[in-house]
Design a protein around this ligand. Sequence first.
Ligand code: NDP
Ligand code: KPL
Length: 303
Amino acid sequence: MKVAVIGAGAVGLFVAASLKQQGAEVALYLKNQQEQSLFENEGIYLYKKNQKTIITDIQMNPSNTKDFDGVIVCVKSYQVEQVLLDYKHVGHRHTNWLFLQNGMGHLEWIETMTSPTYVGVVEYGLLKEKEQKNRVSVKGEGRIKIAPFRGTSSAGKAEWESLFNQDVWTVLWRDDYQEMLESKLILNACINPLTALLHVRNGELVENGHYKQAMRSCFTEIIEALERSDREEKWVEVERLCKDTKENQSSMLTDLIHKRPLELDAIVGYILKRGETRGILMPTLQLVYTMLKGKQKALNKKS
Ligand SMILES: NC(=O)C1=CN([C@@H]2O[C@H](COP(=O)(O)OP(=O)(O)OC[C@H]3O[C@@H](n4cnc5c(N)ncnc54)[C@H](OP(=O)(O)O)[C@@H]3O)[C@@H](O)[C@H]2O)C=CC1
Ligand SMILES: CC(C)(CO)C(=O)C(=O)O
């Protein structure tokens, strides 16, 4: 299978490197020319379980764009709309597209696609080094989960399944995209905004009783907005993830510190919209959303 990866951030580099490691033909599409030269000259360094692997021979921004069997989009949720415009010419009618984003805000854009479309969630903790941009580290072992979204077929599923070599990484198949994305959304919506607002690592949300109470208030509104009936099961998952990733700085806190846009609309904004259509009041979540928007504005003004 010939695969294009769009976006050379932490997820894109990990996906491109892992595919290449298992022998697939891979092309990487990226915006930054300097990074392109760096990858071409030095390769991509993948650090995993104390092992360094240098990956070379990935084609960068090839102009021959039609013959891909699969395209994997690894950009932030708010960048998906632009990617759909920029990469219209990539692939053919039957090319399978896979979108790996946090949140669910991007679904409204990919709904319009005419090619077979899949969505996935990344549970690995991945970090692209700030100073050496061809280096990506696996900070937390995990899995990638994939589910069919629109216009898919059993042949398409079989193609993806044959692509991912489970000796290199763990890629699991799910049938229900809504359940898969919502489960991850609940975790991200509980942890990411509060860690960003409070400037704390994930573990503190359960270690500090007051923070935990704040998270529980958000959680209650999230569960109601999403009409979930598995409240206590989901709360156990939230608490467990805070403990399992207690030393982690959430991606939203990291983005805030680096003055990058936040995936706030894809995560909290999406839940607020879902709740509002059913007339549900979500004062805590609304306050968190508004404060983060304000905080982001204030930080951007200072720079
Ligand atoms: N990192 C992680 O461990 C995890 C990430 N995720 C999710 O995966 C998604 C991707 O995350 P991550 O890789 O960390 O994000 P990054 O911001 O590190 O990477 C996205 C990359 O895509 C590039 N990009 C954006 N638009 C385009 C375009 N039109 N053409 C080419 N390249 C483009 C960006 O460039 P530029 O910066 O110049 O815009 C950037 O290099 C997010 O939704 C995130 O929440 C989920 C779980 C774990
Ligand atoms: C699971 C969690 C909360 C880990 O930090 C994450 O996915 C993120 O930071 O975006």
